[in-house]
Design a protein around this ligand. Sequence first.
Ligand SMILES: *Cc1c(COP(=O)(O)O)cnc(C)c1O
Length: 435
Amino acid sequence: MKSDPKSYLLFQRAKEAIPGGVNSPVRAAKAVGQDPLFIDRGQGCRIYDMEGRGYIDYVCSWGPLILGHRHPAVIEAIEKALLRGTSFGAPIDLEVELAEMIIDAVDSVEMVRMVNSGTEATMSAIRAARAYTGRDGIIKFDGCYHGHSDSLLVAAGSGVATLNIPGSPGVPESVVQHTYSLSYNDPEAFAEKMAEKGDEIAAVIVEPVAGNMGMVPPDPDFLAALRKETEKHGVVLIFDEVMSGFRVSYGGAQELYGVSPDLSCFGKIVGGGMPVGAYGGKKEIMEQIAPKGPVYQAGTLSGNPLAMAAGIAALKQISMPGFYENLEETSARLGNGLARLVERLGIQATVNRVGSMLGLFFAPGLVSNFEQAKASDTEKFAAFYRGMLERGIYLPAAQFEVIFVSSAHEMADIDETLSAAEDVMAGLQDTAGET
Ligand SMILES: *Cc1c(COP(=O)(O)O)cnc(C)c1O
């Protein structure tokens, strides 16, 4: 399917001016054999392309927009902040307020530093952990994505998985030699590695709910094993909650699963749709950060007024009673509806879901790690994606991403989506029969 004519022309220009025509790889929609749609505007759960055609949006800016587009409280907060100025490079009240809100929301966080992206948050947390332990080693897990900093681009998910880039050219061997990547949800392999290397490891970093190899829930034993082994070896446990934080529960995945890390990383939702990241945790680790301590980490626009205002407004909305219960209802309707559909139509697919994070894998069995995720039929996903797009449903343009439900999605939107999915899947069945 060709995108609308205006998007097509813009993309031709973009490809000359910007590598691949996009400022972040998955947006190019290459994996689903599609040119990207250029978006004119969004409202609620819908986005509109340059020709004014509307779509129900399940990308939600890849996670941040848990309230949907242009939530009035967020817009109002940004407008108010805008009247004061866009940036001062000096401390402001809003930074303190958001920091306190994060500390109140997340039990394990005693102190927090704001940055501008999830990538910065994880990169800085790793630096803090290395300084704190005086060690270099890092353990991560296959298919988990922690942003694009050098030491974390090993066996990574998201666009790295979609584009099949093993590490990345431009990352020195000497940097990644300290990074070990193990299988997700395999506590035995992890315990073995820790027995062998534990005393050289500064940090274990994990997505406590994995959302960058598609949606893969953690085995509770797995998270518990991470906590137990890291404690035993004096290793800093980092939960990368850039996606799961404020998404699966107000206190993050750590609250949902009852496992408490030493450091946590945030982003996405915590910026209310503006560019933000944050990392925080135990005071004794965080107090090493400059200017309190010697570990250097800085940012010209960190704690930006507009971003702080948007984040505060978003957290105020989602901390209201009943917010997550309502979101669970619509999300469950979508997840259960899709699961019933694939079963009834005999399609080889599996649906994973934790709260408003969903994964639909065209895979032969259950998906609980990257190996199993990679067994998915990505051609079939691409066909499903294109069919849904034609019917006005905007899904993430790759098998290895998450379908996000926002509080702006209503039951009627979910039902419209399910009826489109039924249509498209019935067609997939036909083509499966032909080949
Ligand atoms: C999105 C994401 C990041 C990177 O955040 P950016 O703001 O894109 O740099 C890191 N970790 C996880 C788990 C993410 O989902």
